[in-house]
Every structure is written in structure tokens, then in C-alpha cells.
Write a protein that binds this ligand. Sequence first.
Ligand code: FAD
Length: 256
Amino acid sequence: STLQDWRPFNKTRVYMSDLESALHYSLRVELSGHISISGDDLIALKKYINVLAKYFPGRPSVKSALNTVDSWLQLQKGLEIKYSDFRDVLDNTVQTSDAVLPEGVQWVGCQGSQAHFRGYPCAVWTLFHVLSVQAKEMSNPQDVLQAMRSYVSSFFGCRSCATHFESMAQESMDHVTSLSTAVLWLWSHHNRVNNRLAGELSEDPHFPKIQWPSPELCPSCHGLKKTGEHNWNQEEVLTFLRNYFSSGHILTDYLQ
Ligand code: FAD
């Protein structure tokens, strides 16, 4: 099915609608495949919700829903939880507050030219880039990366993606010791994935896999070595990422 009508959007911006849709899909669809959650999966879920509660730059009602789930999870000291209990807390069936995560998905910056392209995986990357730049001064530089690592390993539906990501994480993620290198780690490894997937059938022809950001999007990010080879100006890339994924730069069009 071809998407005849694109929701008009700016290809060079981040949309809150994609981030909230990613939360909906991960917490209500992906996780719901696990009737009970225990062991490493439970640890992964706790870490994931904890970084979301700390860093998700969302609307007050969404942040409040994440905080509620985080506090509840921290109190769960048993070996396992039931997904249905988690879901009740998320959907706030007991309380009468405005804490709520909107239902359903509405992809905007992550729209694909056909239904099977982009969407959730695009929004997962976007979400973790946003979280990585939100982590400030007092944060542990490993926080966001390890939360992503264990979430992907325990729950991400694309299992071959999870295997690839885990092998990259094993190689070098533990060497990250500052918040800046955490932001750059995620960017450079996302580019490694882009490089591997360029030209594959999974690539949306309207969104070719490139080494990102393009020279048009960030001229100063690109340079040349003495040998004439391409060279990333990492300081410029860092500045660019910290602006591109910053909360003040996220567009709120199409929010439910
Ligand atoms: P995406 O790669 O999803 O990127 C989303 C948006 O982020 C882009 O539109 C762009 O605006 C921005 N962006 C692009 N590159 C960067 C960068 N380097 N740094 C910061 N922002 C950037 N698919 C497979 O077929 N095989 C796999 O092994 C695989 N592994 C994956 C592992 C993980 C952890 C994830 C989250 C996804 C994986 N996927 C894999 C899916 C794949 O990476 C894409 O998400 C999917 O093909 C959709 O691509 P996209 O065009 O929307 O761009």
C-alpha cells in the first residue's frame, strides 16, 4: 500500500509525535508479548523506564505517566512482574490524574513511503538520540546507552537487529566515560548500521541510508584529512547533535 498522502512534515526535524508513538508501541505492543517479565528482562525494563522518567522531554502528562510507572517499578522487589499489572499502572486505571500516555501511533518524521517502511525502528533511534542529549551534568554517561542496549536485547522485536546491536555494544560501549562520547557513540554506531543497510530491500527509497548528517544539513561537520579522505569534525558533530535532538528543537505538530 502506497502512502498517497504524506502528512506534511519537515525531513530535517524531530517530532514529538514520533517519540510518543514509540513509547506507545514499545510499552503497549512490544512489551505486551511478555506475559510475565523476570530476570534480565525485568532489569532491562526497570533501566529503560528509569531513563525515560529522568530524561524524556515530554508533555507534563506524559512525564507524569512515566514517573508513575518508574516509581511503581522501583517498588517491585519480587523476581517477576505481570505485564497486566504494569499495564494497569501505565494506563492509570486506578488514579484519577492527568498522567497519560496517548494511545496509538502517528508517525510524522518517521513516516515511510509505504506502510512497512520506517515507523517504529526509526522512532526508536530518534528516541535514544534525544535521551542521549538530554542527559546532563550529574548523569551517569552509561545510563542511556546501557538502557538502550538492554531494552533492545530483551524486547526489540527485530531479533537480528538486536544481535547486531549487541555485538557492537560488546566491542566498545563500556569504554564510554563521558556524556559527550555517549552522544557520539550512538551517532557513529547508527552510521555503521546505515552503512550496513544501504541499498538493502528494507531501505525506503524516499529515505536512502546515508552517513548522517549530510553536508547540506551540517556543512561544518564535514572536512578532509591531509590525505584527501573524508573526515568528521567531531566537535561540530557534537554541537549539531546537541541542537538537533534538543527538547527546544522538537516539533509538536500532530500531537493527539
Ligand atoms: P533510521 O536509521 O531509522 O534513522 C531515523 C532518523 O534518524 C533518520 O531519518 C535521520 O533523521 C536520523 N539519523 C540517521 N542516521 C543518524 C545517525 N547516525 N545519528 C543520528 N541520527 C541519525 N534494520 C535492519 O534491516 N537490520 C538491522 O540489523 C537493524 N538493526 C537495528 C538496530 C537498532 C538498535 C535499531 C533501532 C534499528 C535497526 N534496524 C535494522 C532498523 C534500521 O536501522 C532503520 O531504523 C530502519 O530501516 C528505518 O530507517 P530510516 O530510514 O527511518 O532511518
